[in-house]
Design a protein around this ligand. Sequence first.
Ligand code: MRU
Length: 367
Amino acid sequence: MKIDGVAYRTIWLAGDGWSVEIIDQTKAPHDFALARLTSLEEAAHAIRAMLVRGAPLIGATAAYGVALALRADPSDAALEQACAVLLATRPTAVNLRWALERMRRHLSALPPAERAAAAYAEAAAVADEDVVINRAIGEHGAALIRQAALRKKPGEPVNVLTHCNAGWLATVDWGTALAPIYVAFEEGIKLHVWVDETRPRNQGASLTAWELNHHGVPHTVVVDNVGGHLMQHGMVDLCIVGTDRTTATGDVCNKIGTYLKALAAHDNGVPFYVALPSPTIDWGMADGVKEIPIEERDPREVTELTGITADGRIETIRVTPAGSPAANYGFDVTPARLVTGLVTERGVCPATRDGLLGLFPERRAVA
Ligand code: MRU
């Protein structure tokens, strides 16, 4: 997507032909900063500390992390070690495991001398495929927004609510939940996006709002608890969110608070769609609540807030009493029964095993 007229992806091979550049998302929205990754350790740090985040981008960064590791040491042991280090960075988004398994499968079959070049090529393929997949999600999801637009009075916008950031910053380009919004907006459909702030790390307020702002898409940031109220008053036509792991049965795990939005949507008859690329499907899992590992992060993300002062300084403040402990669960699971449809690169399907297998019949043998 474009920033001030310049097209960017979130990750790319640097001009030197071996290091990897990323947009440092910890600096957004107050600064647009790039960072350079030169080693396995730096790639792992970028994922763990959330310089990059969002399920598809975590996967692409891990793939490049393997390439950086093999450039330094292409041995079997180094490949195993790189995959282990990267896999341990974040537990919930299954795209991480998917990308590492793909890299390991492809590279372990090659002689060590050929592995580094092959790893860079495979990482580039992972990134390029993500862009194509997300654009297709955008096309399929835009049809839902188009249908909603037909039900609006002339001149009224379609109101879409989204949670967290599942935009182009969460992927290599386009995004998942925001891709349909971008496609519909480019088609000229009048729309407006309710952006959940997404405490504690505020990916909605800082990243989704930043993206939509740069793209000129009308939007309003709301605190996380507003969604139910908006839906009770007919102010949301549909919800679209992303997911970090989707079970073979259609349960979706996404940023903490997603489940409450799905409950409110269900109670108010508001369609609740989840947009996902197929590498986010964990075909080996059936019960999301019981089986998906939920990341727990540093409680200081809850007790502290970072922002910009009126005179332009970035400052961190504490909002809780010094003695109060905090818990920081990063994700929750929305059961399939609350999901109206899954928007994938192959189309929209019911959030069921049959629905997913209808779009991905090649998984019948393994699912
Ligand atoms: O903790 P984050 O910022 O990595 O969480 C991101 C999300 O929850 C996104 O909604 C999800 O990865 C889908 S992104 C296309």
